[in-house]
Design a binder for this molecule. Structure first.
Ligand code: SAM
Length: 267
């Protein structure tokens, strides 16, 4: 790609922009104190704009760059990887493959990583897990990989459900292990939510929503079951703590990563 770098801006070189077009530029942009004029081929330029420089730039393959810079995410016993990184999972780690860019939940956000870590600290064997706001399905799938008897991922955004189901298939996780449905707590629109209380509830939402849903969390959990909440800005921890106390949750713990917090509690 041939680019002529001309010092200045569209303002300071206003009089010279027409000269660039007349000389055959196919496009002009302004970046970092330079006018960048795109040309198909080198050409003789008028005296007034000869203070620039011809540069042969290599085209940036953004997709390749994205794939190169994306790193696997280790979260406790689980390593979350993109499909082309399966070989990068260390021995002894459980791989969780997620195609990035489809729905929230690639593991690269601190809240997702902290939630996967917190799930990994529980004994999930034989436990039914509810993941509220499942997005890519990452937390329900992590629970299934960690031994949960069944995980249900629900989300109010219908776009996420086929994505989560495909991610589960890509990980060899059957519907008997993890299921994904459109819906949420408190609407009564999803009968399987109401069948029996869950042994663990995890939700990566946001503080105000945790405040609104805290009573629903309690109503859908077994006595003594662990609750994992994240998506909480540290500045809003007080709101979540007050909501949990209001609903008689105990054993409240907090962990933080930068501006994000994860709260655990027991019903
Ligand atoms: N669970 C994934 C993770 O941990 O990376 C995705 C979390 S993403 C921050 C929040 C998800 O919650 C979004 O997919 C959004 O559509 C969903 N959501 C928002 N409000 C909800 C609600 N009231 N009930 C269920 N899901 C909700």
């Amino acid at each position: 790609m041939l680019v002529y770098h001309l010092p200045g801006t569209f303002d300071t070189r206003e009089d010279h922009l027409d000269l660039l077009w007349e000389a055959g530029a196919t496009g002009l942009e302004e970046r970092s104190g330079l006018i960048r004029a795109y040309f198909e081929q080198r050409t003789d330029l008028p005296e007034a704009i000869r203070d620039g420089e011809w540069i042969e730039e290599t085209e940036q393959d953004w997709q390749a760059e994205f794939r190169r810079t994306l790193r696997p995410v280790q979260a406790g016993k689980i390593t979350i990887v993109a499909p082309w990184q399966r070989e990068e999972v260390a021995a002894g780690q459980l791989p969780l493959v997620i195609e990035p860019g489809m729905a929230f939940g690639t593991g690269h956000h601190a809240t997702t990583r902290m939630a996967v870590e917190a799930l990994g600290e529980l004994d999930l064997a034989g436990v039914r897990v509810l993941d509220v706001g499942t997005g890519s399905g990452v937390l329900a799938m992590a629970a299934a990989l960690l031994g949960a008897s069944w995980a249900l991922g629900v989300d109010i955004d219908p776009i996420t459900i086929p994505i989560a189901r495909q991610n589960a298939r890509d990980n060899g996780i059957s519907e008997a292990q993890a299921q994904f449905e459109e819906g949420t707590l408190g609407l009564g629109d999803l009968p399987m939510l109401e069948e029996e209380p869950f042994g663990v509830l995890v939700a990566n939402l946001y503080a105000e929503l945790h405040d609104l849903l805290a009573g629903e969390y309690a109503a859908h959990m077994q006595q003594g079951a662990p609750l994992i909440l994240t998506g909480i800005l540290t500045s809003k921890l007080g709101l979540v703590r007050a909501a949990l106390e209001r609903e008689d949750f105990g054993d409240i713990t907090v962990r933080e990563d930068g501006e994000w917090a994860l709260v655990t509690a027991r019903r």
